[in-house]
Design a protein around this ligand. Structure first.
Ligand SMILES: Cc1cc2nc3c(=O)[nH]c(=O)nc-3n(C[C@H](O)[C@H](O)[C@H](O)COP(=O)(O)OP(=O)(O)OC[C@H]3O[C@@H](n4cnc5c(N)ncnc54)[C@H](O)[C@@H]3O)c2cc1C
Length: 475
């Protein structure tokens, strides 16, 4: 440790990125490490996550006989995002993603042997943690404790300490702590409505928008950026899933028996598309829509009950079978009573109620029912096993918006080693960042389940490693 600082490394935030940074700083020689956490609990949104972690080239992937290479993940990631991401950090995070899964397993995180498809990739790359996000945090937290890494709760860093252009510590109120290096791992800004409206306007729908992550996601990194002149990149990026007009029950995937229409009543996508893909499609088709279904979906005849129930592509080993939380008889009947879901005995009547041209809506549903009869969705390729007719009245339509914020993707610009860059592209001495508080890694499409954790955990490790390795130069 440098003689003239209180600690070697200060990490701001105890989510996946922060704890990985702290541990990797330790593994690379730092000893006095302090993690400052704003909330009264360790773990941030990482703790609440589904515990799905994308990674290419892991031991588990090899053991499952899946031939993959981190360069393939990098290639797929760049393609999906039409190259509109920062290749430096993206190449680090994709190339070291498998290694991160191995490292987590070595520390005691238990993964299921079966990998899943996170999005539309050709090879399963997403690893499922037994015990979801909380289990990842529990393992990392207890490793930190074993190694003597300090975690201070209810310590919300409000400013960085800067001297001669170098970040030399962090401040909580009047308390100053100096350090050889500072890692910002303070998460996103999903819990801050003003920042959502200004930095992620596509997700801002008055009366609809809500955040499913932790209260600590206040976007403090954006304040640090202003303070030290760091670049902020990735405006209007993040992951949104669909919020119905009547409630706030997070529903990651639509059941296969729904039909999703745009604001003009046109169908435009396979309703079972992965959420990252559906997010972009809804954005491209009016950023709003209607989920339409019929009464058979709510009260199926016994011989079809199983088909209606098992209507999800996604079967995760660490999650109970997906079931619709919003579109089931109990909720729908209640919301129809409160006039929050439109219902009619005819499709024309339904169209009138939601303000779309009846000829368009009826035409779209008739065409869809034709696909059902043929056993093939000739428009958007939804799998035949999810095709159920919209034919049993009454019919229902719920207004939806892409307004359930899962994560945000705008923040500090970093390079491939987690160093924060200033307005002129120079590295800000002493300052590193990782995870949801950074920008440039998340593109126009969320690649799929596991993308957010892979970024936080891998880049957290990278930032912690770089912070520790920088200590020599700062002493
Ligand atoms: C419900 C849910 C499920 C998800 N499931 C998945 C999944 O299965 N797979 C996946 O890949 N992604 C998932 N995501 C996204 C993923 O969990 C996050 O992107 C990722 O965990 C972010 O990690 P992080 O360490 O950057 O931030 P966080 O885990 O949010 O940690 C940031 C921490 O910093 C603290 N903090 C903030 N400001 C300060 C300050 N000024 N001083 C001190 N501390 C501060 C916060 O309180 C918080 O504890 C999910 C997200 C949610 C909300």
């Amino acid at each position: 440790m440098a003689d003239d600082t209180d600690v070697d490394v200060v990490v701001i935030g105890s989510g996946g990125a922060g704890l990985c940074a702290a541990l990797m700083a330790y593994e690379n020689g730092a000893r006095a490490i302090l993690v400052a956490e704003a909330e009264d609990v360790v773990g941030g949104s990482s703790r609440l996550s589904g515990g799905v972690v994308m990674g290419s080239g892991s031991r588990l992937q090899k053991a499952a006989g899946i031939e993959d290479h981190p360069d393939d993940l990098l290639h797929d990631y760049m393609q999906l995002n039409q190259w509109d991401v920062h290749h430096g950090p993206v190449s680090t995070f994709t190339r070291r993603s498998g290694e991160t899964v191995d490292w987590l397993a070595d520390h005691g995180v238990r993964f299921f042997d079966r990998l899943i498809f996170g999005g539309d990739e050709r090879k399963p790359r997403s690893h499922c943690v037994d015990g979801a996000g909380q289990a990842v945090i529990d393992v990392l937290h207890s490793r930190c404790r074993e190694l003597g890494i300090d975690i201070a709760l209810r310590r919300r860093v409000d400013r960085l300490i800067v001297e001669d252009g170098r970040v030399i510590g962090a401040q909580v109120g009047e308390d100053r702590i100096t350090a050889g290096a500072v890692v910002v791992a303070s998460g996103g800004f999903g819990a801050n409505p003003e920042l959502l409206a200004s930095h992620f306007p596509a997700a801002w729908h008055e009366g609809f928008t809500w955040y499913i992550g932790s209260d600590g996601a206040q976007g403090d990194a954006l304040g640090f950026a202003e303070q030290v002149g760091a670049q902020v990149v990735g405006r209007d990026r993040g992951l949104r899933t669909l919020t119905p007009a009547f409630g706030r029950l997070n529903e990651a995937f639509l059941p296969g028996w729904t039909v999703l229409l745009d604001p003009s009543g046109r169908r435009f996508a396979d309703e079972t598309a992965p959420y990252g893909i559906l997010d972009g499609l809804v954005g491209a088709h009016g950023n709003a829509g209607f989920v339409v279904f019929d009464d058979a979906a709510l009260r199926p005849p016994p011989e079809l009950a199983e088909r209606y129930r098992d209507s999800y592509k996604q079967v995760w080993p660490n999650h109970p079978p997906f079931r619709s939380r919003n579109y089931n008889a109990d909720i729908v009947d209640e919301m129809v009573g409160k006039q929050r879901i439109a219902t009619s005995d005819t499709l024309e009547g339904l169209a009138d109620l939601i303000g779309v041209d009846p000829a368009v809506l009826v035409g779209e549903i008739e065409r869809y029912n034709g696909h059902v009869e043929a056993g093939e969705d000739r428009d958007f390729g939804k799998s035949g096993k999810f095709l159920m007719p919209i034919g049993t009245p009454p019919f229902y339509a719920a207004a939806v918006r892409p307004a359930t914020v899962n994560l945000t993707g705008c923040g500090l610009r970093i390079d491939g080693r987690g160093r924060v860059l200033d307005a002129h592209g120079g590295e800000i001495p002493g300052l590193f960042a990782a995870g949801e508080c950074t920008g440039g890694v998340l593109g126009t499409r969320y690649m799929g389940s596991g993308n957010g954790m892979a970024n936080a955990l891998t880049m957290g490790r990278v930032a912690g490693e770089s912070a520790a390795l920088s200590l020599g130069s700062s002493c």
